[in-house]
Design a protein around this ligand. Structure first.
Ligand SMILES: [Zn+2]
Ligand SMILES: [Zn+2]
Length: 363
């Protein structure tokens, strides 16, 4: 079929909306009409080259919501008309990681940066005769998209599209960073370092998990009990605030991760505390600075985190039910909506710090 998509032709280029063609769904595949797509910082990492795609041109977007138009042979979990959240973390449901409750590490994730479909490896999206890659096997900056069944999660049909889109990456990742990975407990002091769509939801997750204090650093309030503009400013204040204990959990959700942030983040972390790194660094970044003596002597823990260390098939419905009950704020996250043709304007607003999350809405 024919459709339109925002395509990146190379590092540093603007998004260009192109006419594209998409294959009919083959076995195990689902054709979607996109309804909303979140403008995540990770797509910006592809534009800057921090995260390299194996192939350009590439359709952007990995956070989204859509309606099922058609399904290929063998698809059983969704049918035409169903509302789905797109999950850039595919979950096969059968591998060792899926069956042990670690769907974020599903073996299918090894194909996230492949140009061909997860199902059979064929290239199903083209602009003219040119083959197209898709961001993380999704490509939600498109009016239609073809994805593997493993990359969609059915949701309740009465939930607004923007909410369904947001929980598919940023919200699940931020919330899970606090709840699953840091294992925030009632009474904890928690610091969240970094502004934006992930940090806001790490703050929300920490509050829901029962944190006593949620300290936002270089992040907007969004339920935080204390806010500071820099780690340096926060250091002395947190020491006074916590009677020298510091934070049980520190979560790094900065826009671009660099190794020199590790030691200051550990400096905010208490004895026996946990520091979670959720942010995306340049793929070539190999240096992390930390005082190894104090790290060991203070019995601290440093953890990486992908997709909030969560399970898309459990977490996406759970987050939407928290939203339905008024406990998770999603509407407030959407600073501004854009059309597909306004995508460059939306990303410029993100660079200028004008939005927490921009969302592209489709007809
Ligand atoms: Zn994302
Ligand atoms: Zn799996």
């Amino acid at each position: 079929m024919e459709s339109r998509a925002a395509v990146l032709w190379g590092i540093g280029e603007p998004w260009k909306v192109e006419d594209i063609t998409i294959d009919e769904p083959g076995p195990g595949e689902v054709l979607l009409k996109t309804k909303a797509a979140g403008m995540c910082h990770s797509d910006e990492h592809v534009v800057t080259g921090d995260m390299l795609m194996p192939h350009y041109p590439c359709i952007g977007g990995h956070e989204g919501a859509g309606e099922v138009l058609a399904v290929g042979p063998g698809v059983t979990s969704v049918a035409p008309g169903d509302h789905v959240s797109m999950s850039f973390i595919p979950s096969c449901g059968r591998c060792k990681w899926c069956v042990s409750g670690r769907q974020n590490l599903c073996d299918l994730g090894a194909q996230l940066f492949d140009i061909g479909m997860i199902t059979d490896g064929r290239i199903a999206h083209k602009v003219g005769d040119t083959t197209l890659a898709r961001m993380c096997q999704v490509g939600s900056f498109a009016e239609h998209l073809l994805v593997a069944e493993s990359a969609v999660v059915k949701v309740e049909p009465d939930i607004p599209w923007h909410a369904v889109a947001l929980v598919s990456c940023g919200v699940a990742t931020g919330f899970g960073s606090s709840v699953h990975r840091a294992e925030v407990k009632p009474g904890d002091n928690v610091a969240v370092i970094g502004c934006g769509g992930i940090g806001m939801n790490a703050i929300q997750g920490a509050k829901i998990a029962g944190a006593k204090r949620v300290i936002a650093i270089e992040a907007m309030e969004f339920g935080a009990t204390h806010t500071y503009s820099s780690i340096e400013e926060a250091q002395a204040e947190i020491s006074a605030l916590t009677w020298g204990e510091m934070c049980d959990k520190t979560i790094l959700t900065v826009g671009v991760m660099t190794g020199d942030l590790i030691e200051p983040a550990l400096g905010l972390t208490s004895k026996g505390g946990t520091c979670v790194v959720t942010a995306v660094a340049n793929m070539m970044e190999n240096d992390a600075k930390l005082n190894s003596f104090m790290f060991a002597m203070m019995n601290k823990e440093l953890k990486g985190c992908l997709f909030g260390s969560g399970n898309p098939r459990a977490d996406i419905p759970m987050l939407l039910s928290l939203y339905r009950e008024g406990q998770l704020k999603l509407d407030e996250l959407v600073t501004k909506t854009y059309t597909l043709d306004q995508i460059n304007e939306g990303y410029q607003d993100m660079r200028d710090g004008k939005n927490i999350r921009g969302v592209i809405v489709f007809d």
